[in-house]
Design a protein around this ligand. Structure first.
Ligand SMILES: C[S@@+](CC[C@H](N)C(=O)[O-])C[C@H]1O[C@@H](n2cnc3c(N)ncnc32)[C@H](O)[C@@H]1O
Length: 392
């Protein structure tokens, strides 16, 4: 590390300490000081607003004209996009700008620090990380635990390869593999911790088999409507139980090597109106979390009709769908729903339950995972309402 880079890395760590994301001393803080994020994020894409809409702009550390801008973002508490449509940003944006769906990022350092703290690394656990991405988080884990305690997988072979090269260049030698994290990584099991930096709709059952009793799992359980971070303890009888943690965080959804089948159901649908403002589902994370539980597997997106009107569109894997007008007429929003269940009615029922129970947030909920199935509970695992997680 050159002196200038050491100062930048120390500056980022100092800011994380100042904001309370890191303690003022200790192995984790020292690891953030020692590992240069710049090695793992040589280039990234920023969102740029133009007259023709939003596009990406590439920022490269090896471009002398961009070096200062690159450093300003890399050594800041920012999430940085490193892969678009399965290609590293330098390949995805050959002309320096472009569009597409981003598929990997280097996580915001304060969120990384919080997750690593949640993992409780003091007793030197063997850790499996799902989503190596840039490799920066894996490097911090190696710095704290030693490389032989760290395994990290990514569904993208190119990311796994690039991360391995960068980790090795700094002397870190964890096991890094290209693997679909839905299966954990059996080759190196057992682990004491599994931490996922990508969101899953359920806890992949293989993870429970790969974590030793007493170990834990930290994962963002989310669908396309909402979610939250779940911390589970694994028990000797191959079950796991835990609570959603108070800090809200959302990760990109896990990609899958065997995409879920989604049924498409056409038809006119059933027309009605609702007093529930669909903005509540989009804007209130606690209600989005509950709407996700109530509709199990529904995705939710905001769309604009040819008429220019915005509407919320929900769709379940079974083909159930609902469209809700964002604008109200006389206090009511138009709704059209079709398919085998009425998604918006499920959301309305969840909303009534939420109000009746004093608007709890996700930290009042927990989850139980057994070989027979998985469900989320409210307040206590033994009593109260339950919502099944969409475990295939
Ligand atoms: C937020 S990024 C990871 C950030 C990373 N930990 C870092 O330090 O840069 C999420 C990663 O999860 C990966 N991913 C998505 N679905 C996956 C899956 N099913 N199995 C393994 N990795 C997956 C993505 O390719 C992406 O690199």
């Amino acid at each position: 590390m050159t002196r200038a880079v050491r100062e930048l890395s120390s500056g980022l760590t100092a800011r994380l300490v100042e904001e309370g994301a890191l303690a003022s001393g200790g192995p984790l803080t020292e690891a953030f000081r020692r590992v240069d994020r710049g090695v793992f994020v040589p280039a990234f894409a920023l969102h740029e607003h133009t007259a023709r809409g939003v596009r990406y702009r590439l920022v490269r550390g090896d471009d002398p004209g961009q070096g200062e801008e690159w450093a300003r973002h890399v050594y800041a508490d920012e999430t940085l996009i490193i892969e678009i449509a399965g290609k590293p940003v330098v390949d995805a944006l050959p002309g320096g700008t472009g569009t597409g769906r981003w598929t990997s990022s280097s996580t915001m350092p304060s969120l990384m620090a919080w997750m690593l703290h949640q993992l409780d690394l003091d007793d030197e656990p063997r850790v499996l990380e799902i989503g190596v991405g840039s490799g920066y988080n894996a490097a911090i884990l190696c710095e704290v635990l030693g490389s032989d305690r760290v395994t990290s997988v990514d569904i993208s072979p190119r990311l796994a390869r690039d991360a391995t090269r960068r980790l090795f260049s700094l002397g870190y030698t964890p096991v890094v593999a290209s693997y679909d994290g839905h299966g954990g990584f059996p080759d190196h099991a057992p682990y004491d911790r599994i931490v996922s930096t990508t969101a899953f709709t359920h806890v992949p059952p293989d993870w429970i088999a790969q974590v030793d009793p007493g170990g834990s799992i930290l994962v963002n359980i989310a669908g396309g409507t909402g979610g939250a971070m779940l911390k589970l303890r694994v028990h000797g009888d191959r079950t796991a139980r835990g609570r959603f943690v108070p800090r809200w965080a959302g990760f990109m959804p896990a990609r899958s090597s065997t995409p879920r089948r989604r049924v498409s159901v056409d038809g006119e649908g059933e027309r009605g109106t609702t007093a529930l403002d669909p903005a509540t589902v989009r804007g209130e994370p606690a209600m989005a979390f509950l709407a996700q539980l109530a509709t199990t597997d529904a995705d939710t997106v905001l769309r604009t009709a040819d008429t220019g009107a915005d509407f919320l569109f929900m769709e379940g894997a079974d083909g159930a769908w609902a469209e809700i007008d964002m604008d109200a007429v006389n206090g009511r929003h138009a709704v059209v729903q079709g398919g085998p269940r009425r998604l918006w009615h499920q959301v309305e029922e969840a909303h009534r339950w939420w109000l009746a129970n004093d608007r709890p947030d996700w930290s009042a909920f927990g989850a139980t995972v057994t070989p027979e199935g998985q469900h989320v509970w409210f307040a206590s695992p033994e009593s109260g309402p339950r919502w099944p997680l969409p475990c295939p």
